[in-house]
Design a protein around this ligand. Structure first.
Ligand code: R5P
Length: 322
């Protein structure tokens, strides 16, 4: 059986999230591999590895966040580059996996871009993928190579526990979030409520009803991502209208697209927390009480375990100790 235990590890960072790559390497006590990422005069990207990867167990950390096409293309070029330089095994570490929401044909004559993205990452040379809170768990099946799917839940739960919020209700901002909300509610010893949301367009949602009691309760809502913030801001307004007190909202991925900052500022939200899977733009810091939590130890520990053929699932039992 193939083993990489005797193959030294080398980690490269793409340009999308160098801070997270650096922090992950710090956790692993490794120096980042060296690569020159440049452009041809016409804008095409070019990568040249300065570190030797022959026979190595290689990890490329690249979030496919905005600009999605550019970051995705850079990941593909990186994979091709490392494969042609004779790495023993290549893992694409994708803390934020873009295009995940186009995961089925929800109308006629539309693509399934999540599947296309999985295909091209595999064709470019990835032997494995490590991803975090992809939009839907079934995306794991879109890859025909091993995929380790992490959740930032231990990081977020730990943070929320430290806040010691009393009279707490965890609200699922939509039906798709129900399982996640229920898991947070039991971890935090909180009550559970659910909002029935209808998406009108890519940017507009309508919160139609709330099931569960909110009056006089403090509320936490955690989503996989905050994009235009239509979901979370709409839910916050509804919770406030129904007598909710303090409202704390969070997500693994802070995309903050389009009207997100404006919506979050106007909504009755006391605090927003996200992780560093996507670098936070300067304008996002205008949000009062924004908290950014790092997933570097989580990602680093998973990489260490992949390298040494240890279980990833058991790490979630132990993660509180990291
Ligand atoms: C929906 O299914 C997702 O879990 C998020 O709630 C949604 O994608 C967030 O998007 P937005 O912030 O644009 O409402």
């Amino acid at each position: 059986m193939f083993s990489v235990l005797n193959h030294p590890t080398i980690v490269f960072s793409g340009s999308s999230n160098p801070a997270l790559a650096e922090a992950t390497c710090n956790y692993l006590n490794l120096e980042l591999g060296k690569a020159e990422i440049s452009r041809f005069p016409d804008g095409e990207k070019h990568i040249r590895l300065e570190s030797d990867v022959r026979g190595r167990d290689v990890y490329i950390i690249q979030s496919t966040c905005t600009p999605v096409d550019e970051n995705l293309m850079e990941l593909l070029i990186f994979l091709d580059c490392v494969r042609r330089a004779s790495a023993a095994r290549i893992t694409a570490v994708i803390p934020y996996f873009g295009y995940a929401r186009q995961d089925r044909k929800d109308a006629g004559r539309v693509p399934i871009t999540a599947k296309l993205t999985a295909n091209i990452i595999t064709s470019a040379g990835a032997d494995r993928v490590l991803a975090l809170d992809m939009h839907a768990k079934q995306l794991q099946g879109f890859f025909d190579i091993p995929l380790d799917h992490l959740t930032a839940e231990p990081v977020l739960v730990k943070y929320l526990k430290q806040k010691r919020i009393g009279d707490l209700t965890v609200v699922a901002p939509d039906v798709g979030n129900m399982k996640t909300a229920s898991s947070y509610a039991s971890a935090l010893g909180a009550e559970l409520a659910i909002i029935h949301k209808r998406r009108l367009t890519g940017q507009e949602v309508l919160c139609e009803e709330i099931i569960g009691s909110i009056e006089g309760r403090n509320v936490v809502m955690v989503d996989d991502l905050i994009s235009t913030a239509g979901t979370i801001a709409g839910a916050a307004h509804m919770v406030k209208d129904r007598g909710g007190k303090k409202i704390v909202v969070g997500a693994t991925h802070g995309v903050f697209a389009g009207p997100a900052i404006e919506r979050l500022t106007e909504a009755p939200i006391d605090e927003v927390f996200v992780t560093d899977t996507i670098p936070i733009r300067e304008e996002v810091y205008s949000l009062k009480n924004l908290k950014v939590l790092t997933v570097a130890p989580l990602v680093g520990e998973a990489m260490r375990r992949i390298h040494s053929n240890e279980s990833i699932s058991t790490m979630f039992r132990k993660f509180g100790q990291l």
